[in-house]
Design a protein around this ligand. Structure first.
Ligand code: F6R
Length: 247
């Protein structure tokens, strides 16, 4: 048994709408919210929804502060595969975020450990994350916390597994361009967020979904750390279907 709120969405678009609603509500209740953001294919629709709601005047990002989960090591921010580039394309360039309120780990420095420590400190200084968005890797990773990462980890440098590098190859021109390392919030950093929303879409995530749903807690399966949190909403869709529905 676990205390997650499980919501089955009718389609990818429905999942994106339901997830966006939680962010809209958060921003309406507290315009200066600290938001934890994720990249990847899963949240693209959610960002589209947020941009739509911003354009409709329903939300403003003027006072919002954001912290992204992770970034690759050694990938320039102007590279299309970088998460800086992704965030700008998906959200930041379309809304009124103040650039000094945007935080993404810096993987382009010589002292990576110092960069990780500074990032962790920045999150604490901002008062912690109010609402954290997560996707889940096929191997159960959250952020870039690969299986066997300690549940007490804070922001740190990781070596990516081959399954993660394979899954993320689509964002790079050639397999050899896929980075080997990343800087990521730790599992402890993530579970310290006040509220967490996890989006899971598509049959490739079936095993991870089943394992999360089982409620078993193990460091072999990073997402299971979320069972130790008291306010997690999981919105899922198309787990058993091979066809990706767009509604
Ligand atoms: C992204 C991140 C990752 C992804 C996960 C799923 O910032 O931290 O944990 O959420 O790899 O990626 P997609 O959505 O591309 O399947």
């Amino acid at each position: 048994m676990n205390s997650f709120k499980w919501i089955e969405a009718k389609s990818y678009n429905d999942m994106s709408r339901l997830g966006a609603e939680l962010f809209i509500q958060q921003l309406q209740e507290k315009p200066a919210s600290v938001l934890g953001l994720a990249t990847g294919g899963t949240p693209e629709g959610l960002y589209e929804e947020l941009v739509r709601n911003y354009n409709d005047g329903k939300i403003t990002f003027e006072q919002a502060v954001t912290f992204n989960l992770d970034e690759y090591v050694g990938v320039p921010v102007t590279n299309k595969g970088s998460y800086h580039y992704y965030m700008d394309e998906q959200l930041f360039q379309h809304v009124n975020m103040q650039s000094n309120n945007i935080n993404i780990p810096n993987g382009n420095v010589t002292d990576l450990n110092a960069s990780a420590e500074a990032y962790e400190a920045l999150i604490q200084e901002a008062g912690g994350i109010d609402l954290q968005l997560l996707g889940i890797g096929v191997n159960g990773h959250i952020g870039f916390n690969e299986p066997s990462t300690s549940f007490t980890s804070t922001t740190h440098i990781v070596e990516l597994t081959s399954s993660t590098r394979e899954a993320n190859q689509i964002y790079f021109e050639q397999p050899k361009d896929v980075p080997t390392h990343a800087i990521t919030m730790g599992i402890q950093t993530i579970v310290q967020a006040k509220k967490i929303v996890v989006l899971i879409s598509g049959a490739s995530k079936q095993e991870a979904y089943d394992r999360l749903r089982s409620g078993d807690i193990s460091e072999d399966f990073p997402a299971s750390a979320l069972h130790m949190h008291s306010d997690v909403t999981v919105i899922f869709t198309d787990i058993r279907n091979t066809q990706f529905s767009q509604e």
